[in-house]
Unconditional design. Sequence first.
Length: 184
Amino acid sequence: MKRTLDTARLALLALGLGILAPACDKDAPPAQPAPAPAVKREPTQAAALERSRQFWASAEKGDWIATYDLLAPELQREQPAAVYLDRKKNHIYKNMRVLEVVAQKDEQIFLRVAGQWTPNHPKVREVKLEPGQTLTQDIEMIEVWRWVGDQWCLLRPLRPEEFLEQYPDLQSKAPTPSQPVPAK
């Protein structure tokens, strides 16, 4: 019985050989496993706290480029990296602590942060201080973070009194500006 090879069988044979032939080649690179499906991250409070801690760890080291990457996209559009870096070089932050989640509303979360800030502008360095005086100040702020895509992005910092003015519906959850910052 004479068999003829039709086009469909020929294509099937070529496909099978195309799959099997590389597996027999000892010099061929190993097959790569299929990429794992991306896990969708959720906007958790723990993720926001960690993101803020990452921001302040970079800020304390003076790594303002890393902090710029954590800003909300609209903030980056309003303030190009060169402008942001030029402004930030005049600030020194120490002992920054992300203390707590003050509130969460819609796609925003509000974090209370405290630490020490020292101005570092060339004009400030000309100020004559008395012995024991310092320009370093204890600061407290409420950071506003917004969920963008699959991560928290810093929208803006607010003084506690600004937070209370701008978000009166969240007042019961926020510290009053006169409360002392607990040491940690």
